[in-house]
Design a protein around this ligand. Structure first.
Ligand code: ZN
Ligand code: ZN
Length: 160
């Protein structure tokens, strides 16, 4: 398993399975491997996860959105404001409460072409490839010395 490449010896195009804690919500990832992954230590992620930090795996939204009606019917959406006038659609299982993913919309209402799926609900996620830590200024756990760290957002993530 080498970091950075889709760690998959079976052709590289198999998707992974996203599943909530109770199993009521289950769907394939839109691609075999995420575009990028990171641990987020912001206080929003701490509250959302009820834990020390969140893990996001960023996938292309195409192939998952628009959501299939039967999948959409199994989830609820929590809408919340984000930075710079943006909003987030946060999808969760109404039965067990697991947060599964979120999608960001620009101030003009245009959705991002990507979706952030919560790492802990992805079966077979390559955790060894998750090297980036963001919002380290509010981290409550010791971070690996060799990790890629950002006090807040990485410069390339600051988009509106
Ligand atoms: Zn559930
Ligand atoms: Zn966060």
């Amino acid at each position: 398993m080498t970091a950075g490449a889709p760690a998959d010896g079976n052709g590289g195009d198999r998707t992974l399975t996203v599943q909530c804690q109770c199993g009521s919500v289950s769907f394939p990832t839109p691609a075999a491997a995420p575009v990028t992954t990171f641990f987020c230590h912001c206080t929003d992620c701490q509250r959302q996860s009820s834990s020390a930090f969140g893990t996001s795996a960023i996938f292309p939204a195409a192939g998952l959105f628009p959501l299939a009606p039967e999948l959409a019917a199994r989830m609820r959406v929590y809408h919340r404001p984000s930075q710079n006038g943006r909003t987030m659609d946060c999808y969760f299982c109404p039965n067990c409460g697991s947060r599964l993913m979120h999608r960001i919309f620009g101030a003009d209402g245009t959705p991002r072409p990507s979706v952030a799926i919560k790492g802990g609900c992805i079966d077979g996620l390559d955790w060894g490839a998750v090297r980036m830590h963001i919002f380290t200024r509010s981290a409550v756990v010791k971070l690996p010395d060799d990790a890629e760290k950002y006090e807040a957002l990485p410069p390339w993530m600051k988009m509106d």
